[in-house]
Design a protein around this ligand. Sequence first.
Ligand SMILES: [Cu+2]
Length: 501
Amino acid sequence: MKDSLRSRRRFLKEAALASGAIAAAPRISFLNKIAPPPSPVARPKADYTLRIAAAPIEIAPNHIVSTITYNGQFPGPLLRFKEGVPTTIDIYNDTDSPEQLHWHGQMVPVDVDGAAEEGTPYIPAFGLRRITFTPRPAGFRFYHTHNRAGANLASGLYSGQAGPVYIDPKNEPGRYDREVFLVLKEFQPSFSRGGDMAQDFLSPSTPVKSLEDSGESAMKASHAKGMPHGYEVGYDFFTINGRMLGHGEPVRVKSGDRVLFHILNASATEIRSLALPRHTFEVVALDGNPVPNPTSVPVLWLGTAERISAIVEMNHPGVWILGDLDDDDRGHGMGIIIEYAGRTGKPVWSATPPFRWTYVAFAKPSASAAAAPPDETFDMLFQKDNAAIAGFNRWTINGISYPMDSAPTRPSFHLHQGKRYRIRLRNQTDDIHPIHLHRHTFELTNLAGIATAGVMKDVVMLGGYQQYEIDFVADDPGLTLFHCHQQLHMDFGFMTLFDYV
Ligand SMILES: [Cu+2]
């Protein structure tokens, strides 16, 4: 195992060198060795230190889970960077497994991005890596492990390795009184045999008939052969900022406050919703990027790894539950109490009226919704091979499943710096996929037949049997990973690589 890992690492490092990725980033320095921590006099202190280590996390009084964390806490510490100011971070790995730490949503070189597939060196077991990079772009980002978990529910994002990043822009408009960071996370995962994920919250809900027909007949054929549904993951406990509902500090507010919530879905696999009875959320940024059309909505939906920044005007004094729409998940902890000054009593939850989530609500008005035309379009067809790998679904992009062993993988898509690309995402499965592109920001340009422009993201929830189009400019040379952010999907094939040629 260790040998194959090492040989893969070596290959990837060579691949990155061959692509010129590391040569293109001479300002990056790193240590990558198994050694005791260096003496503090040997070199300057890092701006931040992160330690990857197992720790007990008390999610409710006397209810303690064990997981791999950053700095012994969940979520990992909030890291506040300044846009454009180089930052040095020491990452210690106190575990016996090599680790990857990914700077999600940032445009950083491949040797620090934190994906082995791109050639980032591992943080060695019981070792240290010092990295330096220039944080960008401004906004709400996060950091998390990028290890493959496979069937190991203690590894990857099933663990507690996630924390928020806020990159302060040079100028902050500041139309709010205070900021509150919320990190949504489940603990105690286990496998089950399938079960359909609700997806009637997405709008538009229009499926593509041909995708639906092919997807449904593939599932029927699989069941006819006696195959059960592939494994899915469920959880026992649900938390916000590492605490089950009612067991953390309430968010204390005053009537008239405008509170800017930065919300991160740090789940390995789940899509989450949030509502606050009698209040609305003015969505000002998606995945940390300001939206062209800030709009108030009664409910937020976040796919795995998505972030929403939204202002809530505190105008209904009381003690409320900000929580998941799902009674069972909220009942098992997915919520946090919002408490107005001077108010006491049992926190109140009430069901919200039906509402559908659409990214289009935050886009440019339709008159100006024509996105710039691309130089080239890539077609990607996503398929599921039901229960094909020892009971796990195998996922493919254009018929190719990203290898799970240590076999080297060649990039499937090729970019020229400065050109604008469109990816046509075609989902031939009934699952929602939170699609993620590393090291670049993409624009939503077509959502299930609706042309749109101006919403810039790094993760997008692609509905079952739907077709979307996303555009991006090739402006960050180096190997670039593209994958579904659902841990079970990415681990079983749903990944591919872009390179610059
Ligand atoms: Cu997926």
